[in-house]
Design a protein around this ligand. Structure first.
Ligand code: DC
Length: 203
């Protein structure tokens, strides 16, 4: 079973690159951020207090979610709603809750086992969820480039705020995992980055 872990901050190119690497390798693509967004989306809908850690953990545990090309909650397609500004603003607080993380890490490992491997993308794929991945990649890009990439759905302020929360939280902060290869995606064509990453994979 092959696992490629791809981490990095907002706008570093994770989704685009991870999807393309998955396509090239014929592996399923796991977007772990979608699971965090589902919990934030459900909390907003239920009016759950973002500071109520046990209520958020219960929500994460009880939700019926299916993550793939489309994201389903209780069978309903919520994919587009997960990208809303409201969800973007709420998600970092939700992702800082230890109980939520424990449950979603469990779901991510189960997903990869069930799918027979993956290119898994997020913030802690190489550091926490798949420490024995065949390859760990940490993507970076200049702040200006990251803000430009996300300018349609997130302001530079929102991006900076989310970066800070994600990298300074107590549980599984965004870090360069041990053994990860750091790849700067600024002003580089996707295909070239994919070639580099696929070339790093042990035979
Ligand atoms: O990749 P994204 O922007 O959709 O992720 C949404 C949020 O979820 C992000 O601000 C941090 C959190 N997240 C996380 O803490 N751990 C992951 N493995 C993936 C996402």
């Amino acid at each position: 079973m092959r696992v490629v872990a791809i981490d990095g901050p907002v706008g570093s190119g994770k989704s685009t690159v991870a999807k393309a690497v998955a396509g090239r390798l014929g592996l399923p693509y796991l977007e772990s951020g979608a699971m965090y967004r589902v919990v934030a989306w459900a909390a907003l809908r239920a009016g759950t207090d973002p500071a109520a850690e046990s209520a958020l953990t219960d929500l994460a545990t009880s939700l019926d979610m299916e993550v793939g090309a489309r994201v389903l909650v209780n069978g309903a397609d919520v994919t587009d709603e997960l990208r809303s500004t409201e969800v973007g603003r709420a998600v970092s607080a939700v992702a800082a809750v230890a109980g939520v993380r424990a449950e979603l890490v469990r779901r991510q490992r189960a997903w990869v086992l069930q799918h027979g491997g993956a290119v898994a993308e997020g913030r802690d794929m190489g550091s926490v969820v798949f420490p024995d991945a065949d390859l760990k990649v940490f993507l970076t890009a200049s702040v200006a480039e990251r803000a430009r990439r996300r300018s349609l759905d997130e302001t530079a302020d929102d991006l900076a705020r989310r970066d800070l929360l994600d990298s300074t939280r107590a549980v599984s902060p965004l870090i360069v995992p041990d053994g990860a290869v750091v790849v700067d995606t600024t002003a580089r064509p996707v295909e070239e980055i994919v070639d580099e990453i696929v070339g790093l994979l042990p035979a």
